[in-house]
Design a protein. Structure first.
Length: 401
């Protein structure tokens, strides 16, 4: 298989999507409007630079006419809209992208060598691992003796500097340019973020190239050693063309547009609704049982105190009632904790109590293992907490049940 940046990114995004697209070769029935818009803008810019190469300078209207013509020719009912906007909104967005670009760069005098240039990248010496890609536009700047790899971005997200440095696509393309042209010592990567009318540029760095090459090879090897292509759901699923056949979403896709009565009768919907109802009932019953148990526990404690008992017998079981007042010291970050720490340090007990182990500290106070004056000071910092437990055992056994 010849790899491409989008194949590798697809695998990283979701192995199942990779399998559908590149192994099973399932051609999606739908295309997202964002991808449709991107293709039309790329086509229009490719057309523009072809005219410029032939020494023609189209005016803005001609460029927008080409965009409109291709939009109308290719628009179809299978285009999928995720957000609440309509096709005319996306068309207007594309018009704005091209207008801004035209006004900013006319008369397009950079030395464009090629548009939509196909390239092949060798990732290893044996040429076992190869990638292919298409450069939106390749420029050679004579004055700076620099090759420029231009990429048009139509998404509504503006990448940060760190993200651009991590962007492997153009860095990989520069490897091909280096192999193709003898004088390609200096290469710049240029991103055009059309939605923001911004241009970002990075000079290719040897260290980054080495890292990108290694990471790409590792991902390819991972793909080749995988036989399990699991679905990896993310917010990007909304833009995935395979949602209607994906096991994570197929059911929702099938039922989402059903009328409410049909929706509620559908077998899967029915099963999930019943299951969740029963689970809710179970939680409610459990809560009621817990409340009743708590009330019975309180009653048993009262009965044991009133009659001075620590064991109360039933028909088959007996309840052992355990009541204890324990010392409670402030927890970490609570007021008073620092004072205890200082007292323990001053009396040389801090290490014995590994930081401030309040359980061990309480025991040492109860067993009088600390100096009297320290115990007195510590007593000012603790509260008394009453613990009550009921242990149920068989009448004829001591073992807990
Ligand atoms: S919908 Fe999401 S989980 Fe399913 S194949 Fe597409 S990306 Fe993967």
């Amino acid at each position: 298989m010849i790899y491409s940046h989008s194949r590798i990114e697809t695998f990283k995004q979701c192995p199942l999507k990779f399998k559908y697209r590149y192994l099973d070769k399932i051609i999606p029935e739908v295309e997202t409007i964002e991808s449709f818009l991107g293709s039309r803008v790329h086509e229009a810019l490719e057309w523009l630079y072809k005219q410029v190469k032939m020494e023609k300078l189209p005016d803005l209207k001609e460029l927008l006419d080409i965009f409109k013509k291709n939009w109308e020719k290719n628009f179809n009912v299978n285009i999928k809209f995720i957000k609440e906007f309509e096709d005319k909104d996306y068309f207007n967005t594309g018009t704005k992208f091209l207008t801004n670009y035209y006004e900013r760069y006319k008369p397009f005098k950079e030395n464009t060598i090629a548009t939509e240039k196909q390239i092949f990248i060798n990732l290893d010496k044996d040429e076992k691992y190869q990638m292919q890609g298409f450069i939106d536009r390749l420029v050679y700047d004579e004055t700076k003796k620099t090759y420029e790899i231009h990429d048009y971005k139509t998404s509504g997200y503006l990448k940060t500097n760190d993200e651009l440095e991590e962007d492997k696509q153009l860095a990989l393309y520069s490897l091909a340019i280096r192999e193709m042209y003898q004088d390609a010592d200096k290469i710049c990567l240029i991103w055009h973020f059309l939605a923001f009318d911004k241009e970002f540029c990075l000079e290719v760095d040897e260290k980054i190239l080495k890292k990108v090459k290694e990471e790409t090879l590792n991902t390819i090897k991972k793909i080749e050693n995988t036989d399990k292509f699991d679905a990896k759901a993310s917010k990007l699923c909304d833009w995935c063309e395979y949602k209607p056949i994906c096991p994570k979403w197929k059911h929702l896709e099938e039922i989402k547009d059903k009328p409410i009565n049909e929706f509620l009768k559908e077998e899967g919907v029915n099963l999930v609704n019943k299951y969740s109802e029963l689970l809710l009932q179970k939680q409610k019953v459990n809560m009621e049982l817990d409340e009743n148990l708590e009330k019975l526990k309180e009653a048993l404690v009262k009965y044991s105190e009133k009659n001075n008992l620590d064991t109360i017998f039933g028909s088959n079981k007996k309840a052992r009632v355990w009541i204890k007042d324990v010392l409670k010291f402030p927890n970490k970050n609570e007021i008073g904790r620092d004072v205890i720490k200082t007292l323990l340090i001053n009396h040389g007990f801090y290490n014995d109590l590994s930081d401030v182990d309040t359980f061990k500290l309480s025991r040492m106070i109860e067993e009088n293992k600390l100096p009297k004056d320290l115990i007195e000071k510590l007593k000012e910092l603790h509260k008394i907490e009453r613990l009550e437990r009921i242990y149920l055992v068989d009448n004829n056994m001591e073992k807990e049940n």
